[in-house]
Each structure stands twice: as structure tokens, then as C-alpha cells.
Design a protein. Structure first.
Length: 663
């Protein structure tokens, strides 16, 4: 395979059997079209009719029925869907399956990192749809007994466990607003988010395991709420039944999570109660961190985020009733709620892994996948790069025959790790469903699917219902082979309802570049065959010696070298070139004169003017907990500038290492 994006060849083509069984094929028959191209054109030419068909396909019921499917009277920026319709999304996740064949199917299969000696005998758990429904009702009833209800913001500071899903659904069931925060956040990051939404309660846990050590999340939560005056109660989940601390000694604000169930148990009103909410009532506020300024609270409603998530899961990753889908994620990243809402609305089974996916053994991810017969495995390029260094034999040790597809999002792929996952783990037979969009989108702009051939690192098409385009600096469509800004030209179901209490900031961020056009902040390109490629954030893109270069292009060359595990490229001011390229590499092993060797490699592939001025070797790159490399943080630290909000970083100490290299 050629590493130049313009010349990539098809790596995967669907078989007639895959096409016949696909959820997309069922949808095409419902709509009455015969080809993918015809379906996509229908989805963007008549967005309302298409969205109506999606609601029908997902069997979303409204009580009362909506009065108007789409309302853009306040402008496309503030589009509202299913106006006047009654919808509490927890009903579409749970109630509708009770009394059907899905009732006794597993809704959740769960495994934590915790294990006995030598990693054998993992802590396991599972809940059927009926059991999950009962637990959610009890939790919701307990919350109502304590007078929490419609419109209250409630924080969730928990790892990905069944209790977390119970909490998320119970919050929506009482009409409250869920506010997830990363399970690994520090106190100040939690404090700022809870204060921004004036949260009335917080769910946390005593601790949780990471690489065999206990993360004391309760201490962090206690410190955070000291400066959040609106918090009335803190509900503490006893992770894995350890009872590490007597919760009652902490004061009246702190309540054991199990107490909520006892409050709801035996109460007649706890059964069948569902707070009446409208389709456009707030459901969840998802925070996404930038490198400057305060975090953005993305507001979503009942008929927004969950519907788009379920649509993309069905049509992209081919998830239907009974499908086992797993995604290595956290509730604080949009893929956590995406997994929960999408799986439950589709009647699927989510397979959760809570912990470090390469602990205590490097093959833990493959062992987990085989044990639970995972069909769709969501895994990040960063994790794949790490697992690839452990050897090709590890995935071969396990029976991965249940897998039908891999899926990936969060950052652009480099060709070498993509090839390793596709060829070594997937035996060149399983598609990698590349997925790119954002928290504000409720999912994807671009996504592979089971009907269209796939190229390495690329996207076969936009998501259905997303009128995507690539624009130049004047807002005009670029020709294939040219780089431009990724944009969306029409509204879609799932579009954010702004930033929480910050409407102007929302408009400035996405809508002020071109009229009635969403500009996402990614540079993209389409090749001659119409396949799409994301080249990185547009504000990360470099202009060196008059040529615009995406960091991913250079990074792919670097990680293609056998000694380079990870790479990040930034631009810094230069008197001659305007911008000089600086690279940072994490190595698998050291080698004399490696910097010279890597510079020559880039010069050969990209041209001598695009050779980096300097390559630094570091122990780790600053990354968010969902594995995005924070190039803007790297650049600010390297230039000795304010690196901005670091609360989303997995390891803030990585920034200190770069500060020491300050130019």
C-alpha cells in the first residue's frame, strides 16, 4: 500500500453476505432505494423525510406526537427537531423492550481490571434488559424521594460500570440533566464543570483500579464539592463491594449509592413512573476541553444526541438487536454516552471493560474480546500503536472469530498501525469503521459503513443525513485532491443546542466563518475516487515554505519507522520559512544518529523544504484521556506560553518535559 493518501488502494470490500445482512440494507429497503449513493443523496436532499424514516427505523415513539418535525425559525444554528413531541429517551432505551424477546437478553456485560493473582478470574457482571430496567426504576425513585427532579443538573464522576449506566438512565428518567465528567479528573476540573451547571448532586465512587493501583476518586470528589455550593448530595458507589470507608462518617451530604434503591424499593410510585419530558428538553451536558479558555459545555436534548448515536451505530458499525459492541471509553468522553444510548435504542448488548486495556497482560484486550464474543470492537489508534509493539503473536493466541468489525474515532490514523490492526489482528478480512465528528455533532460527520469499500486511514463517505463538504478560504467547494475545511451545509438531527448558557460563544466557534454553514475545525481532503481523509485540526495545520502541511502526513512517516512508537508535529515561528516544523517522538528503542535518519526519511518522502528543523525524543506525548494528541498544548509549552486548560490531559507531567525543551 502506498502511504500517500491520494494513491491509497482499496483494502476491504464487502462480501454479498455482509451486504445482505447489513442494517443499512434493511433501511434501504424501507426507504425504497437500491444503492448507497442514491440513499446518501436522499438523506441530504430531503433531510426532514430522511430523519422521519430514521425515527421509523429506530421505532422512536412520541407521546404526544410531535407537531413539527423541523423548526428553523430561529435560524439553522438553532434548529429544533420533533417540536412539541413528548419523549423521555429512557423509555426508548428500556421500557419498550419489556415484554418482548429482548427483555431477557443481556443489556450489559461487564469486566473490570481487577483480578486474582496472575490475572486469572476477573470480576464479572451482567444485567439483562429487565434487570437494568428494574435497577434504573429503583434509582430514579430514590432520587425523587430525595426531591431531585426535572431540570436539576446532576454530575456523574464514575468509571464505565453497570452502576454508571443505571445512574445515567435514572437521571433522564426523572427529567434531570446528566453532567458526566471524566473519572480521572482532578478536583479543579470537576469543580469548574459542576459550578458552571449549578449541579445539585454528584455521583462518585470510593475508588477504582488502574494498573493494579487504586484511584481514590472519593477524595477528589470531596475536594471538588468544597467549592460547589449548589451540591446537596453526593452519592458514593462502593466499587466492587470493598467498603473502604464508612460513608456515613463523611457527613449528611454523603449517601451510599445502595441507599437510593432502598428508598425506592416497595414504593408503588417507583414502578412505571416516567417524568414527562419534551423532545427538546435538556438531557445531557457534555464537556469538551480546548487548549485555551474554559471548557465548553455542549447541551443536548432527548431527541438529539441519542437518536444520532443510535443511527450512526446502526448504519456505520452495523449494530442491531443482540449485537455485542464494545468501546474502550469513559463516560466523560462522548463515546461513553454514545455507546450507552446507541446500544440500548438498537436493542444491542454493550460489553464494558473498565481498566487499562493492556493490564495485567499485554493481550488483555484480545482475551476480553474472545471471552465475551465481542462483534464490534471500538479501539483507538493510540492503543493500537501500543499493542502493535507487543508482538504479532498476542492476538493470535485468542479466538477472535466473533469479531465482525473494528471501529475507531478520536484521532487520525497513521498507515502502519492501521495496517497492523487490519492485516495482523483482522487477517485482512474485517473492516475498520473509521468514524470522525464530535461531541457537538452527537457522533459523526464521516464514517465507513458495511456497504462501501474502505481505504486505509480513510472514510468511504459522510454519515447519512450529514451534508458534508470541503471548503476553501472563500467558502467554495474544493476539487478532489485539494485540502480544505470540513464543513456541514445543512442541519441534522442531533445538532448541539449550543453551549450551556453561552450562546454567543457557540455561534462564534462554529457558525461565523461562512453563512449557514457549520465549520468543524478539521482539514480534510477527498481523493480521486471520492474517499475522504481527515488531516488533523485546521488550527494545527502548518504552512512551511509556502506549502500547507497537515501534521498527520509527517507523523505517519515518523511512526512508519520501526523505532518510533508515537509522534507529534507542530509549527513554530521562523524568520526564513515563516514556520519551522518541530517533531516530538516517543521511541520503542534508542539508536545513535536517529534524528538525522528520521530527518532524511521525511525529506525523501515530503521534500527537503519540509524537513523538520528539530526532532525531540520524549517519554510521552500530552494526550487527552480519549487519546487525542494535544498539539496546541505541545506548541504552547515548547514556546514557553500559557498551555491553557490541561484538565483533560491523561498525564499533565508530559507538558513539563516539553517545557524543559523551551526554545
Amino acid at each position: 500500500m502506498n502511504d500517500n493518501l491520494e494513491n491509497q488502494k482499496i483494502a476491504w470490500t464487502p462480501t454479498p453476505e455482509v451486504i445482505e445482512k447489513a442494517q443499512l440494507t434493511k433501511f434501504m429497503r424501507q426507504v425504497g432505494v437500491k444503492t448507497w449513493d442514491e440513499l446518501y443523496q436522499f438523506s441530504i436532499n430531503d433531510v426532514e423525510k430522511y430523519s422521519e424514516e430514521v425515527l421509523k427505523f429506530l421505532d422512536i415513539k412520541f407521546n404526544p406526537p410531535y407537531e413539527k418535525l423541523l423548526d428553523t425559525s430561529e435560524g439553522i444554528e438553532w434548529s429544533k427537531w420533533c417540536v412539541g413531541g413528548g419523549l423521555n429517551i429512557s423509555e426508548m432505551c428500556l421500557d419498550r423492550w419489556i415484554g418482548t424477546e429482548i427483555e431477557n437478553q443481556a443489556a450489559i456485560i461487564y469486566e473490570s481490571e481487577s483480578s486474582t493473582d496472575k490475572g486469572v478470574g476477573c470480576y464479572l457482571n451482567a444485567l439483562t434488559y429487565r434487570e437494568l430496567f428494574d435497577e434504573v426504576e429503583l434509582c430514579a425513585s430514590g432520587l425523587r424521594q430525595l426531591e431531585f427532579g426535572k431540570g436539576d443538573a446532576i454530575g456523574i464522576h464514575l468509571p464505565m460500570t453497570p452502576d454508571t449506566i443505571i445512574v445515567l438512565l435514572a437521571i433522564s428518567r426523572i427529567g434531570a440533566i446528566a453532567v458526566p465528567v471524566f473519572s480521572g479528573y482532578g478536583a479543579s476540573a470537576i469543580e469548574s464543570r459542576l459550578n458552571a451547571v449549578q449541579a445539585k448532586a454528584l455521583f462518585t465512587c470510593n475508588n477504582f483500579p488502574r494498573r493494579g493501583k487504586k484511584v481514590n476518586s472519593l477524595e477528589t470528589a470531596k475536594e471538588a464539592i468544597n467549592n460547589v455550593p449548589t451540591i446537596e448530595k453526593v452519592f458514593v458507589v462502593d466499587y466492587e463491594g470493598e467498603n473502604n470507608e464508612d460513608i456515613q462518617k463523611l457527613g449528611d451530604k454523603f449517601v451510599e449509592f445502595g441507599y437510593l434503591s432502598t428508598l425506592g424499593f416497595g414504593k408503588e410510585e417507583s414502578h412505571g413512573y416516567l417524568e414527562p419530558t419534551l423532545a427538546n428538553d435538556p438531557l445531557i451536558i457534555l464537556y469538551t476541553s480546548g487548549t485555551t479558555g474554559k471548557p465548553k459545555g455542549i447541551a443536548h436534548v432527548h431527541c438529539g444526541f441519542p437518536i444520532k448515536a443510535a443511527q450512526d451505530m446502526a448504519f456505520g458499525t452495523d449494530v442491531g438487536r443482540g449485537t455485542r459492541i464494545s468501546w474502550v471509553t469513559d463516560l466523560g468522553w462522548m463515546m461513553g454516552p454514545w455507546l450507552i444510548y446507541g446500544a440500548l435504542i438498537n436493542g444491542a448488548t454493550m460489553v464494558l471493560y473498565d481498566g487499562s486495556p493492556d493490564y495485567p497482560n499485554a493481550d488483555r484486550m484480545w482475551e476480553f474480546t474472545a471471552k465475551h464474543k465481542v462483534e464490534i470492537l471500538g479501539i483507538s489508534p493510540t492503543l493500537v500503536r501500543g499493542l502493535a509493539t507487543k508482538g504479532d503473536d498476542l492476538p493470535k493466541k485468542h479466538d477472535l472469530s466473533s469479531l465482525r468489525a473494528f471501529a475507531s474515532t478520536g484521532e487520525p490514523w497513521n498507515p502502519e498501525p492501521w495496517r497492523w490492526l487490519f492485516e495482523v489482528v483482522g487477517d485482512s478480512k474485517l473492516p475498520i469503521i473509521n468514524y470522525s465528528g464530535g461531541t457537538e455533532i452527537s457522533g459523526g460527520i464521516l464514517m465507513n459503513n458495511p456497504l462501501v469499500p474502505i481505504k486505509p486511514c480513510g472514510f468511504s463517505a459522510p454519515c447519512l443525513g450529514i451534508y458534508a463538504d470541503i471548503l476553501d478560504e472563500k467558502g467554495e467547494s474544493v476539487e478532489n485532491g485539494k485540502v480544505g475545511e470540513l464543513a456541514i451545509k445543512k442541519t441534522w438531527i442531533g445538532m448541539a443546542q449550543g453551549f450551556w448558557n453561552e450562546p454567543e460563544r457557540y455561534l462564534e466557534t462554529y457558525w461565523q466563518r461562512f453563512e449557514n454553514t457549520w465549520v468543524h475545525g478539521d482539514f480534510a481532503m477527498k481523493d480521486a475516487d471520492g474517499h475522504w481523509f481527515i488531516l488533523g485540526r485546521s488550527d494545527d495545520t502548518l504552512k512551511v515554505a509556502g506549502k500547507r502541511v497537515g501534521p498527520a502526513e509527517v507523523e505517519s512517516i515518523l511512526v512508519g519507522h520501526e523505532l518510533v512508537a508515537e509522534a507529534a508535529v507542530i509549527g513554530v515561528p521562523d524568520k526564513i520559512k515563516g514556520t519551522a516544523m518541530i517533531a516530538f517522538c516517543v521511541l520503542n528503542a534508542e539508536k545513535e544518529n536517529l534524528e538525522i535518519e528520521l530527518k532524511r526519511l521525511i525529506a525523501k518522502e515530503m521534500g527537503k523544504p519540509l524537513q523538520p528543523n528539530k526532532i525531540h525524543f520524549v517519554s510521552a506525548l500530552p494526550k487527552t484521556r480519549n487519546a487525542k494528541v494535544m498539539r496546541r498544548v505541545i506548541r504552547a509549552a515548547y514556546l514557553g506560553e500559557d498551555a491553557g486548560d490541561l484538565s483533560a490531559l491523561e498525564n499533565p507531567k508530559t507538558v513539563e518535559e516539553i517545557w524543559k525543551l523551551t526554545v
